[in-house]
Design a protein. Sequence first.
Length: 288
Amino acid sequence: MVTISTALTDAARRLDAGGIENSRGEARLLLSHVLGFGAEKVIGHPEFEIDDAGMIELESALSRRVRREPMSHVLGKREFWSLNFRVTPDTLDPRPDSETLVEAVLKHVVDRGRRLRVLDLGTGTGCLLLAILSEFPNASGVGMDISQAALDVAKENSETLGLDKRAEFLRAEWDTGLAGEFDIVVSNPPYIPTRELNLLEPEVALFEPRLALDGGIDGLAEYRALGPVLVRRLRSQGIALIELGAGQSGPVGQIMTRVGLDILDQRHDLGGVARCLVLRHAPALTNC
Ligand code: GLN
């Protein structure tokens, strides 16, 4: 039988040959997934012998990863805001960059007890909406998406996280058919220019949903659609927090100010990229 130690060395070598950077770390993750062990047990018990069923499962996981399927698809999950989200090929993989939006909500809404209404436009796995609801126990919200397959995953995530009583999910193009106004509107819209899609790393270009990535000819098409939706859906004192691609802060800011929103704040991700605009209704101009 093969020991953890041997399996790890072999898996790391194959991942390395497949061009995967953190091969040792990923080998460890795959092995703990297959064996159902915590990382400590994989590291602490190199002599543990893996049975045939385990080796078959490891082989299947390794060959998927070497084909550059995202780790989140192979594991079927991804951590975001320290919560576990199920991820499928129909949903954008939650990224640490998007945690910038959740942090920004916490900075701008100090009272955690508020009865907020939250709207997430293009919810995908539901990660933004559900992370926010997890921080505000009296908040409730709606996640919208054009993809029913994504909404099914988001709903399942809300149940697993025990947030389903406060979250509903609706299929629509942006806010079609939606009623009401919201205190917080968040969105991570598709923002990659179409011609750049095929230049992305294989995990993204080959396996992630185009629908969640393709921002049209200049990457800004969905922000143009989103602007008027934010104006309609924001309460007078509400704030909108939208994710940006690198270098999009200026042009997106212009799109938003043109429809009558003010830029309240701009937040950077850990890589120093301006990743989030915080918007509110511009104060009404008074005649004088
Ligand atoms: N952050 C993603 C990427 O760079 C894109 C997500 C999006 O288009 N909203 O791959």
